[in-house]
Design a protein around this ligand. Structure first.
Ligand SMILES: [Zn+2]
Length: 368
């Protein structure tokens, strides 16, 4: 059992860990405003360097007072470095030693992101936590490709540190290495040996199996030992996956998953999920979740949300997203409470039951 409690003291506030960060891709968590985020229990949000660089531009955001003021969120923000988006979204990308050259997925214009540029953009945006520019690849990529990208990520980590000058901004480095234990070990030793403020575990939450992910974490976390720096597993989002990663020693998470499935009518509840697109819910007067404090459950029925979703009403996106983020952030609070009380090992069975099985592709039994 490597689960641990932590506290990050950042310029815009305190973040208790283990913690989940909702993703505000374009400086907004889709369909929510900061009041909704606050009510859902968010203490930190993630924004995407790649997206904000392309639109509306980091220099414009800086002129307008920085990212916190721009998006009306005065609590902590983490920006990712853009490496993942370059690989997953951009067209015609070419990665060489200098950086990644690519065509914008918005207007086809050509850009280059380098470690130095990614840091400069994040220093302009002004989040509490910036992340070093990396070269991610799918966990299932050939070993040679994974090794090559890992070595490049290491060289780029050193350049990112060299380029970073903002004393009021933390900088996290990223471990790569896919699902190969030897590469994971090398990458962990290298990145942990650099003076980063936190350690991101990249290259997972992709196409690996849960067993491969657990095996990779079993290499990384013991090597980090009692290193107090936060460990952030990038891209993981279902409560069941979050819980197992906390057990293995991870402190921080982010994912679009709770919000994305919400907009698709999947509502997370204790023990599983409700698919509000199922016609049975059109006549169901009960709230989505009886004891949930979110704006959906305190005011509206399953029938109303099922109707809004079918009519593609905009309100459905907000209400469903508020609920899934409230559920996820409450779940993390329950994990922290159990850790604080020293009852986490005894609480695992009930936490697992509450999380249900919500990983993509897994069969879910809907609660009665
Ligand atoms: Zn709710």
């Amino acid at each position: 059992m490597r689960a641990r409690l932590g506290r990050l003291e950042l310029p815009h506030g305190v973040v208790d860990t283990p913690q989940f960060m909702p993703v505000g891709t374009n400086a907004t968590v889709k369909a929510l405003d900061p009041v909704d985020l606050d009510a859902a229990g968010a203490s930190i949000v993630l924004a995407n360097t790649y997206h904000l660089y392309l639109r509306p531009g980091h220099e414009r955001i800086e002129r307008l007072g920085g990212l916190h003021r721009f998006m009306g969120w005065d609590r902590p923000i983490l920006t990712d470095s853009g490496g993942y988006q370059v690989v997953s979204l951009a067209d015609a990308r070419v990665v060489d030693e200098a950086g990644a050259t690519f065509r914008s997925h918005i207007d086809g214009s050509t850009h280059q992101l380098t470690p130095e540029k990614a840091i400069a953009i994040q220093e302009s945006l002004g989040p509490d936590i910036a992340v070093a520019f990396d070269h991610p690849v799918f966990p299932s990529s050939p070993r040679e490709e994974v090794e090559d990208a890992m070595e490049r990520t290491h060289r780029w980590a050193e350049r990112s540190l060299e380029a970073h000058g903002r004393a009021d901004q933390a900088l996290f480095g990223i471990i790569q290495g896919g699902v190969d234990p030897e590469l994971r070990e090398r990458s962990t030793r290298f990145i942990a040996g650099l003076p980063f403020d936190g350690i991101c575990i990249g290259g997972l939450a992709g196409d690996e199996t849960p067993v491969q992910r657990a095996d990779a974490l079993d290499v990384v976390i013991p090597l980090l030992g009692d290193d107090p720096r936060p460990r952030y597993l990038m891209g993981l989002g279902s409560p069941a996956d979050l819980l197992e990663a906390v057990v293995l020693g991870v402190d921080l998470f982010d994912s679009v998953l709770p919000a994305r499935v919400a907009r698709n009518g999947q509502l997370w509840v204790p023990g599983g999920r409700l698919n509000l697109k199922n016609a049975a819910f059109l006549d169901d007067p009960r709230p989505v979740q009886e004891d949930c404090p979110c704006p959906l459950c305190t005011r509206f029925s399953r029938a109303y949300l099922a109707h809004l979703l079918r009519a593609r009403e905009l309100l459905s996106y907000r209400l469903a997203t508020c609920h899934n983020l409230t559920f996820t952030l409450d779940f993390m609070a329950r994990i922290r409470a159990a850790l604080r009380a020293g009852t986490f090992p005894d609480s695992l069975a009930s936490l697992r039951a509450r999380a249900g099985r919500m990983s993509p592709g897994e069969v879910t039994v809907e609660p009665a």
